[in-house]
Structures are given as structure tokens and as C-alpha cells.
Write a protein that binds this ligand. Sequence first.
Ligand code: EPZ
Length: 455
Amino acid sequence: MDMFVIQGGKRLSGRVAVGGAKNSALPLMAAALAAEGETVLRGVPRLVDVDTLSALLESLGARVTRGGGGELSISVFNERPYIADYELVRRMRAGFCVLGPLLAKRGKACVSLPGGCNIGDRPIDLHLKGLRALGADIRIERGYVVARASRLRGTHLYLGGPFGSTVTGTCNVMVAAALAEGITTIEAGACEPEVVDLGNLLNAMGARITGLGTPTLRIDGVERLFGVEHSVIPDRIEAATLMMAAAITRGNVTLTNVCPDHMTSVLDTLNEMGVRIVLGDRSLEVSIEGPLRPVECVALPYPAIPTDVQAQLTALLATVPGMSIVTDKVFPDRFLHAPELVRMGARIRREGNSAIVSGVDRLSGACVMASDLRASAALVLSGLAAHGPTVVRRIYHLDRGYEHLELKLRQLGADISRVRDEPANVPEALQVGQHAPVAPPHFEPTVKPNRNRLR
Ligand code: EPZ
């Protein structure tokens, strides 16, 4: 297992390119199951999650080949398999996105329930509600969703949940409705750019979907879909993470291959904090000219602040003097990064689905543990800003969603290295304890009680 060793305190500067969006590539890959012929996706990032989904698609009768650059080709050659195995789906929830395509194209599907997740409760009831509304017969059996439908039928359905719209739920139902008989109207569908990207792929494949990017989607079902070539949109979450890496080190960085239109709320919040942002054609420059200001921000479904940047924003605000409030209304318990940031000297207090952040002048390096994908990104950012070395463990979480983040950060001047997670690789300064080679933290002599006075 690997870990990162980061020597903090370096201002990031330079240019770096953003990769294709993980949260778009995954539903796009799953949708290829609903098409005849070859689907070629460009700009697919090299991520553990993409490899896991490739293995799942291969177990479902598809041939998945990686071409040069970020090209991925998917061709279905056997339509008999219909079981999406627990061993693959439990590793990556987005594997559940094969349910809609399988049901619509093969009339039956048996997909493992995704199971638990560190960021909070993640039910799939809305996925099932939408597919049942299209006429599917669905039951849960031995940890699997068992679904059957000779031909799905178009209908009018509401897909909103207690925390608003569902991203992959909208993806599953949209693909299924694309091959259903008749017209489907989805109300309270998700508007995320990744959902729009999927809708654009389906329309290129021959589907008839309108209203993409709005909560109301209208889908005129068609008989068949055909494989096409499609470029994955840039990763707005990776872009936001790199912007915050620049800001937390008070650096000056230019990102290329970005789509600023997908990031309005993030740009607005950073602007409010005093981060200077210059937009270019598919690029943006981040710099800091004066002291940053604390803010209040709330993660909600798109176009609001994405929950997937909430942890990184919390880490940045922990270095901004004053009080900030970060609330997550999509995953109210998504704060496993907070106690780890506190280990680095941050002052963060949880109150319900909010973190009350009192900014500090300086964080200190420490050994910290990643708990999920975005929490690990937040810890890396804090390590870049911290005084002294930081060790971030369990970075396998990070590899699920960032393609070689350490290489991109090094390109911007960061001192970060990926090493085996072994005691010998822990910097001396962090080896505190009985057997540590360095003196334990220095304790100022406390005032000795005046014995006479106590008596
Ligand atoms: C997608 O997950 C993303 N994953 C997540 O990114 C992201 O955090 C999330 O959308 C929200 O933006 C992918 O795209 C692969 P949801 P998804 O269904 O679709 C509740 C990352 O870091 N809900 O939109 O699983 C749910 O509990 C990952 O890259 C129901 O109640 O999220 C949550 O509170 C993490 N019933 C809210 O809706 C349902 O059937 C939004 O979840 C489905 C969801």
C-alpha cells in the first residue's frame, strides 16, 4: 500500500491540464451496454474506478480496449450475461449504473446492491422507483436487485428525493427510458454536467432526449441505439481541487482543458473569498493578491457548490483567518476529513450537517488517514500548506478519482512523493513516541505551584 509524503510550504505555480471527468466517464461506459456496435470514448481518465467498471462490462459480455491517450473502446459481443457481481459492484457504487442499460437492452438484470459508503447513507430507492415506473418488475434478493421487463413503457415520473435529485439515478432511468416504448417525462431529474454529457452521448447514439441540464427531461423512446465516438467532458471536481491547491499555498496556477461554465458556483465562492480568477478559452488562472476572507457555503445539487468539493473547501477555509461555515445538504455526514484536519492544527467544530471553521495562521504537518476520495484530496491540500512534513495514508482512495494527482502537483512545484507505507518512509520529524529518534514535542515548563500557598 502507498502513502504520500508532503513537505509543505511551497507556493504552487505554473500550468497543468485537467483530465476527463470520472463521474461522466463511468455512466458513459455503462451506457455502451445499451448500444449496438462500437462505442469509442475519448478523454477517459486512467483511474482505478475506470478499470473496475471495465472489468464489470467485460463480465457482462463487452470487449473493452484502451487505446492511446485517453481512448476507450467498448463493443458488446455477447448479450446473454445479466449478473453484475457483488465483488465488482461493492468496490465502486457507479457499477450500479449498468442496471438501466441491462434492463432496457436485455430485458433482465441482476445487479448487486452497492453496500455501505464512508460518506454517508447512499440508498438506491429512487433508481428502483424510476425503473418500476417504466414497468420493470423488481425485487431485492440475497443482496441483489433482480429486475425484469419484456419492454419498458414511457411514463411521467418524479425522481426527487429527500436530498434533492439523484445523479446516477437519473442516469439509470434516462438510459432505460431511451429504449422504452413511448414518451417518458422525468421531473426533478439531476442537472449535473455529467448527466448532460450522458444525454448528449445517447442522443448521438440515436436517442431523442430534450431538456438536458434542466430538472424536466423528455425522452421519446426509440427501438435501437448505435455505438458512436464521444469525448468526455473535463473533470470540474479535479479542476476545483487544483484551484484550491493553488489558493491554499497562495500560489499562481493556470489550468487548461477546463469548462468554466460547469464551475460557476465554485468560481463564485472562491471569488467571494478574494481568490483572483481570470477566465480564458477552456482555461483559467488562479492567483492570490491579498488576504483571503472567510465565507459561508452550502453543498447542494448542481448548479450549487458540489458536495465533491466540500472537503477541499473546508481544508482551504481552515487556513483563512475568521469564521467560515461549510454545510453539506447532499451528504450531511460527509465530514470524516474534519478530525484529520484537526490533527494538523485546524479548528473545526461539527454542528449537524455543518462544519464551523475558525481559520488558523498555520497548519502543522502530521500523519493523517484518508477515509474517502475527496477527504483524501483535502488532506493532500492541507499537507501542501502545512509547516513541516505530512504523511497521508490510504491514498488508494485518491487513486479512484484522480489520475496521478502527485505528478500534477509536482509539475506545479509541490514537494510530494508516493512511497510504500512503511515506518522507514515516515519522515523523522513525524516519528514521535517512545522509540522515536527525535525528542518528543517540546513542552514549555508549566508554572510550578507555590507549595506554601496551597497549604
Ligand atoms: C454521484 O453519486 C457522484 N458519483 C458522487 O461523487 C457525488 O457525490 C453525488 O453524485 C452527488 O453529487 C458518481 O457520479 C459516480 P446521488 P450518486 O444519487 O449518484 C440520496 C465522488 O466523490 N439518494 O446524486 O450516488 C443520496 O443518499 C462521488 O466522485 C436517495 O435518497 O449520488 C444523497 O443524499 C462521491 N435515494 C443524494 O440523494 C436514491 O435512490 C444525492 O445522491 C439515490 C440517492
